[in-house]
Ligand binder design. Structure first.
Ligand code: 5RP
Length: 235
């Protein structure tokens, strides 16, 4: 009997299905988070059991450590230049495959890696499938210098927009500011509802101090959803 929680059964089901998209010789981007961890472990098994030859670019230090642990060859994005496929998780996905990502704080490398890929496959449990983005707080990566001024500019920008909430919160971990792999900070935007995700993504990236936002629009090609009964749906 599996000792996985129902949510983990769903995440694992999506990850195992997506692992089948990976072929010998591919350059693969590896996402970050608990769903992506199931994928990395499965690819490690395929490398060991099938002799699959892969060169993989992890989207975080945590994923790099896990990939290394399970015997996957880890390379820098600049070593391979471009990727055949990236498989990553998400915090929310809507019907057009627009996403909110960055719950794990890796959105910057995740977006760079995804945008340098021929194909992007998103893996998630069914609960991440939403009619409209916004219930999950939108992560925005900002540089530490002057982050409070950046936060204020974001708050002022939000005033004129069609969103459900406007609270902006500095992410903390263990009572201290959360620090990303690039040494930056994360501001979580509690918007509840995002009227125009594309417009918001563009506006955010125009604010000085903002490095990148967690809205992934026109980036994902395929969504693989897993469910608690082990079913998988590919969109
Ligand atoms: C990390 C991410 C993750 O893909 C996202 O948070 C989903 O994580 P999980 O698979 O643990 O639910 O964007 O920055």
């Amino acid at each position: 009997m599996s000792d996985l929680s129902p949510a983990d059964v769903a995440k694992r089901a999506a990850a195992l299905r997506a692992a089948e998209f990976v072929e010998d010789g591919m350059r693969v981007g590896l996402g970050t988070g608990s769903t992506a961890a199931f994928l990395v472990r499965r690819l490690g098994e395929r490398v060991r059991d099938e002799g699959l030859r892969l060169r993989c670019v992890p989207t975080s230090e945590a994923t790099a450590r896990l990939a290394d642990e399970v015997g996957i060859e880890v390379v820098a994005l600049d070593e391979v230049g471009w990727l055949d496929l990236t498989i990553d998780g998400a915090d929310e996905a809507d019907g057009e495959l627009s996403l909110i990502k960055g719950g794990g704080g890796a959105l910057l490398r995740e977006k760079i890696v995804a945008c340098a890929s021929d194909r992007v496959v998103i893996i998630a449990d069914g609960a991440k499938d939403v009619a409209a983005l916004g219930a999950f707080p939108l992560p925005v990566e900002v540089i530490p210098f002057g982050w409070q001024a950046t936060k204020r500019l974001i708050e002022e920008m939000l005033v004129g927009l069609d969103v459900g909430g406007r609270e902006v919160v500095l992410r903390e971990r263990g009572g201290a500011p959360f620090v990303t792999d690039e040494g930056n900070r994360i501001l979580d935007l509690r918007l509840q509802r995002i009227g125009d995700a594309r417009g918001l993504a563009l506006r955010l990236n125009q604010i000085p101090g903002v490095v990148e936002n967690g809205l992934f629009i026109d980036i994902a090609d395929t969504l693989v959803l897993g469910f608690e009964d082990g079913r998988v749906e590919v969109r």
